[in-house]
Design a protein around this ligand. Structure first.
Ligand SMILES: Cc1ncc(COP(=O)(O)O)c(C=O)c1O
Length: 409
């Protein structure tokens, strides 16, 4: 993996922030976009812009083919059995989770049925299930150990014949923990439950094979893996999508419409009502091409190397604590940390203004997890394929400065 060569594909990395070269470490929120992806968006709008699946004219057919092809690429990337039909394009992982809640859970669960989630979830995998409480559905949450790993004993205890959906994050966006999702999927299936995976932080960072993991649904965001904002995907087994009710009704998701009833379109279009974000969908296909060229095994190795380097550096930074497991192999490419006695917002803002380092401060849309860690907020540095050890050094230098400003040793 030639990082310097990769960096040349990302023009934004040349940007100056307060006179300093940008050090972008907020990749878990959204990644930067390479020239190839920006080029695909430009090409679509300058050469092919037309609505899809509607016209018989040349540009509409071209746009339709490009958009359909992107579905296939994404499905193949995660090794879906039916790459095209099992790939529904949505705006983001949040929309994908809501689609499962409204389209599957709302119509297939009964009062008294249970959904088993965990306390380490992003809000996108907490709030949609809360909506179902109105239907008498019970939502339970598996606890974590203090080191940020999932408490599997608690998972066993909370699982029962009433459990109809088991859901969890693959890689936590705060503690970084990579959950044993293959085992969890098996456990769910042994109880006759379906398994819903939040792949928002795993699909961009490691090889993910939905057939090996045996998940029934998986949500992920295209914009966290080099594509533009407005791109995300729901993977679901074909039989699940067939059982599922459409969430949004309108154009493109129907085969026939009569005044009193309609028939749904084939997969995946049954779940893509109205004009989609065509350019972002095409861009996601290009992003997948880019990542495949880099190699997802290499992406993962790079994350682990940067984690190892970061842990070494933090061990010399007195008063710092990193949350989650400390074995780089057990976690994904991010660290959420605190400096004793300093608010994460101060840390983030000094890193930005004095060093051009972009990190995120807050609860990272995982408030229950942040509270479970006994914190109000943390600072998070999250890596991607273009980040370097030199950039970690700049962040560490910045953190020393933060400590100095606040009079900490
Ligand atoms: C683990 C996890 N799940 C879900 C999401 C939601 O992603 P999006 O904002 O693209 O819907 C995020 C975003 O940070 C995340 O980290």
């Amino acid at each position: 993996m030639n990082i310097e060569k990769i960096r040349e594909d990302f023009p934004i990395l040349e940007r100056k922030i307060h006179g300093k070269k940008l050090v972008y470490l907020d990749n878990a929120a959204t990644t930067q976009k390479p020239m190839q992806v920006l080029g695909a968006i430009n090409d679509y709008y300058t050469q092919h812009n037309a609505n899809i699946h509607r016209g018989v004219h040349t540009m509409s057919e071209e746009a339709s083919d490009m958009y359909d092809e992107a579905h296939k690429k994404v499905g193949k990337f995660i090794n879906a059995r039916h790459p095209f039909e099992e790939t529904v394009f949505v705006r983001n992982a949040t929309e994908a989770m809501n689609l499962v809640a409204y389209g599957y859970a709302m119509h297939n669960l009964r009062p008294g049925d249970e959904i088993l989630s965990t306390v380490m979830e992003h809000h996108a995998n907490i709030v949609p299930w809360q909506f179902l409480k109105e239907n008498g559905i019970v939502v339970k949450h598996v606890d974590i150990h203090d080191n940020g790993t999932l408490n599997m004993d608690d998972l066993h205890e909370k699982m029962s014949e009433k459990t109809k959906i088991v859901t969890c994050v693959h890689a936590s966006n705060v503690v970084g923990t990579i959950n044993p999702v293959r085992d969890i999927a098996k456990m769910a299936h042994d109880y006759g439950a379906v398994f819903v995976l939040d792949g928002a932080q795993s699909v961009p960072h490691m090889p993910v094979d939905v057939r090996r993991l045996d998940c029934d649904f998986m949500a992920f965001s295209g914009h966290k893996m080099l594509s533009s904002t407005g791109s995300g995907s729901l993977y679901a087994k074909k039989e699940m999508l067939e059982k599922m009710h459409p969430f949004l009704g309108g154009g493109d998701m129907i085969r026939e419409v009569h005044l009193q009833e309609s028939k749904w379109n084939s997969l995946p279009w049954k779940f893509e009502a109205g004009t989609p974000d065509i350019a972002s969908g095409i861009a996601l296909g290009t992003a997948v091409d880019y990542l495949k060229k880099v190699g997802m095994g290499n992406v993962r190795k790079h994350d682990v190397n940067l984690l190892r380097y970061t842990f070494d550096k933090f061990s010399e930074l007195d008063g710092s604590v990193i949350y989650g497991p400390h074995d780089p192999e057990a976690r994904s490419g991010l660290v959420a940390f605190n400096l004793s006695g300093i608010h994460p917002h101060d840390t983030g803002s000094i890193l930005d203004t004095e060093y051009g380092v972009a990190v995120r401060s807050g609860h990272h849309c995982a408030q229950p997890l942040t509270e479970r860690l006994g914190q109000i907020a943390t600072t998070r540095a999250s890596f991607y394929i273009y980040n370097t050890e030199e950039e970690i050094d700049i962040m560490i230098e910045g953190l020393e400065k933060v400590k100095k400003i606040f009079g900490k040793k």
